[in-house]
Ligand binder design. Structure first.
Ligand SMILES: [Zn+2]
Length: 348
């Protein structure tokens, strides 16, 4: 792995993670995706729901779709209490992770807040609280106001979205932390593949559709829309997967820094799996294998069953602390993921 590739990947990730991408707001990302995708494609378009799509080599065969979801888990304001605290709904979160988290509420002018926590002294003094399992509905956001009216004056109202308020940060040489690496990392791998494919486009047979899909986190919705429209012969989704980390059960063996992951199991078509492994070997790209019998958690599932069925595969990027504001990824894995996808297209 060369330094410049890691730097490119880091640059793209910084661009994607600096803007909120909560499910339901993906269309706001279109200008950034256009800027990142258009220079390396023959055509770029955004559909009515905000799926961004770049096409390379139109008219080629087979038709291939590479997909990664652009949305990140977030929250939505449900109501404001008389005292000005904000109750919310959140999908994909562990309440223990939300507890004490900084948030940014996406009113016309973004409003900063924190999710309230109880002092440990109180838990020691009140056994019923110590034993209580907190749910999202028990939590509230403090934005530093004293009444509902004051919150409303700041533009807070039901339906406003929110995201964790954490800046992206490099950890040592090749690690990177930010909220929403699920799946900014996958989108970055696809964008990196685009750059590589664009350089060798004269030698490519396939028509390739690079899609940043919407609303994966609430049911793989964008992938379903895009797969129907594109009607690909073959598709690969790219998403993060669980890496080995402290507290993780031993059966999770994938490691960060050891390369992207090729999934094997019923929903991963044998031809695509074989091509991905061949691409890794021919490209001298390190990779790991993840057996997965169920396979319902990623865009792969929606694409597999689209139309009359699509040959699908999944490339995973090992991630620590998934669905938290401190997701951690290795930049080399993301760069290798891009190389793997590019090589896969090259050998078709
Ligand atoms: Zn994901």
């Amino acid at each position: 792995m060369q330094g410049p590739e890691v730097e490119t990947v880091k640059g793209i990730l910084e661009k994607l993670t600096e803007v909120p991408r909560v499910t339901g707001t993906e269309h706001k990302l279109s200008p950034i995706l256009r800027e990142l995708m258009e220079p390396y494609s023959d055509a770029f378009k955004v559909d009515v729901w905000g799926n961004s799509e770049a096409i390379v080599n139109p008219g080629g065969k087979p038709v291939v779709m590479l997909a990664a979801h652009i949305d990140q888990i977030g929250l939505i304001v449900r109501e404001i209490t008389e005292e000005g605290f904000i109750k919310f709904q959140a999908v994909g979160w562990d309440p223990r992770v939300l507890y004490g988290m900084r948030v940014k509420l996406l009113a016309d002018k973004p409003i900063r807040g924190i999710i309230s926590v109880l002092p440990p002294h109180i838990f020691r003094a009140y056994k019923e609280l110590a034993e209580k399992k907190f749910e999202v509905r028990d939590l509230a956001i403090d934005i530093g106001v004293e009444s509902k009216e004051e919150a409303e004056k700041l533009g807070i109202k039901p339906g406003i979205y929110g995201v964790p308020d954490y800046k992206p940060l490099s950890l040592n040489d090749s690690y990177f932390t930010s909220p929403g690496l699920d799946d900014a990392a996958g989108v970055t791998a696809i964008l990196q593949a685009m750059r590589k494919i664009w350089e060798i486009r004269d030698r490519i047979d396939a028509e390739i559709h690079f899609v940043a899909t919407i609303q994966e986190e609430i049911g793989l919705r964008g992938a379903e829309m895009a797969a129907y429209r594109i009607k690909p012969d073959m598709a690969v989704a790219v998403d993060v997967t669980f890496a080995k980390q402290p507290l993780m059960p031993n059966e999770f063996t994938l490691k960060t820094g050891k390369g992207p992951v090729i999934s094997k199991g019923p929903i991963y078509h044998w031809e695509v799996v074989e091509l991905l492994e061949r691409a890794a070997k021919e490209g001298d790209i390190p990779y790991q294998v993840e057996p997965d019998f169920r396979g319902y958690g990623t865009d792969t599932w929606a694409i597999q069953v689209a139309r009359g069925g699509v040959k699908t595969g999944l490339v995973g990027l090992p991630l620590r602390n998934m669905h938290s504001p401190v997701e951690v990824i290795n930049l080399k894995d993301v760069a290798w993921g891009g190389s793997l996808l590019a090589k896969f297209i090259e050998i078709l």
